[in-house]
Design a protein around this ligand. Structure first.
Ligand SMILES: [Fe+2]
Length: 382
């Protein structure tokens, strides 16, 4: 890194991490003078036992609970508008997001909308809309139920247009949660395929953040430790889940999201088009592309792959050793090695390559990626 440039590093969120942390929510609200939370979640989480217990516990403390769960798997603008209508109509005083990436994205977008009532996409960060985020925001709390996106510590929400499905990014440091209750007990019942796909997303965040080109020693340290934790726990978390493996995955996923303020890279740009074109699960799309994208990055960055290999405790400390490990890890968590096995066909490759080159992630990749590179990587993985 050069020492003549000024960089910005952000680590502001309070995190309560550990088994049972989510039970602290009620007392936290009371301590902060809050009594009317809008709880934003999805319909699956709303039906789970822990959620019913959590809301019953709040009501027992005389907290008025309103739940909004009418959201899409890939959230759209109308989800955000509907949730804000509920916030208004029921006179809420704070927002609690409980769930995976989708629920937390909608919760965060409602946090923005409460006091920013122009068209939601005026605030799209990709067109510089963050400068319009000038008003206050309600008190915001997050409780993750998956170990993957790390959205609980994020400051942006991805929301799509209802008609065009085009994705917009709402971004502002004001959208950070004031506190995260990261409770591994909430992830104990996640089914194996979800644990595998979200866990590989978390691994991809840590790997891409570690390699991303922005100089950021704080994030690099966090990312390497995240890689080590995932290497030590993902297979167990998928195949024989216990509190230790699920706890390590939860904290490592959160670390991945903290670290990727440094940037992501080629793998996320390969993965995003699969979700827009074929509705592929984000984590699964990353998992299948990960070994190929990492192999693309080896030349010139052998020293960084050596440190990744050490974090993973590999005998072979070369980049190829890391790539082989990633293929084997996919096998162990029952994820295929080929894009053809998750619905990609040769006829999709041109469109996928167009979408990938337009994606926001790869400009932070340690080396430039051209459209021809994307095409070659898709064909190699097909
Ligand atoms: Fe991701």
């Amino acid at each position: 890194m050069t020492f003549e440039t000024v960089y910005q590093y952000n680590f502001p969120t309070t995190i309560r991490f550990g088994a049972g942390a989510s039970a602290e929510l009620g007392d936290y609200l009371i301590r902060n003078g809050l009594s009317k939370p809008l709880i934003v979640t999805d319909r699956t989480v709303e039906q789970l036992d822990f959620f019913k217990k959590l809301t019953a516990g709040l009501k027992a403390k005389n907290i008025s609970v309103e739940v909004f769960s009418d959201i899409h798997k890939n959230p759209v603008k109308s989800d955000v508008y509907k949730g804000t209508d509920v916030y208004d109509a029921t006179h809420r005083d704070c927002i609690v997001g409980i769930g995976g990436g989708a629920a937390l994205d909608v919760a965060r977008a409602i946090v923005l909308r409460v006091e920013h009532r122009e068209d939601l996409f005026k605030y799209d960060d990709l067109i510089g809309g963050d400068v319009y985020v000038t008003n206050g925001v309600p008190h915001f709390i997050t409780i993750p139920t998956t170990a993957g996106t790390g959205s609980e510590v994020g400051r942006s929400a991805i929301i799509a247009d209802d008609q065009t499905h085009q994705k917009k990014i709402l971004f502002s440091p004001k959208l950070l949660a004031k506190i995260v209750f990261a409770d591994p007990l909430l992830t104990m019942d996640l089914p194996a395929p979800v644990t595998a796909a979200t866990g590989m997303d978390a691994l991809t965040h840590n790997l891409e953040a570690y390699l991303a080109k922005m100089p950021h020693p704080l994030s690099e340290g966090i990312a390497l430790q995240g890689i080590e934790l995932i290497g030590a726990s993902l297979e167990t978390a998928v195949n024989q889940p216990d509190l230790e493996s699920r706890s390590k995955m939860l904290i490592a996923s959160l670390m991945g999201a903290v670290a990727f303020q440094k940037g992501l890279g080629v793998v996320h740009s390969l993965a995003h088009p699969l979700s827009s074109l074929l509705d592929t699960h984000h984590g699964l799309a990353n998992a299948v592309n990960l070994p190929y994208g990492m192999r693309f990055n080896i030349a010139g960055f052998e020293h960084k792959f050596r440190r990744i290999a050490r974090a993973l405790d590999l005998k072979d400390e070369t980049g190829e050793g890391v790539v082989n490990y990633l293929f084997e890890l996919n096998t162990k968590v029952h994820i295929p090695h080929r894009l053809g096995d998750i619905g990609v066909k040769a006829e999709h490759v041109e469109t996928l390559s167009d979408l990938a080159i337009a994606d926001f992630a790869h400009p932070n990749n340690p080396k430039p990626v051209s459209r021809e590179d994307f095409k070659a990587l898709y064909l190699e993985a097909l």
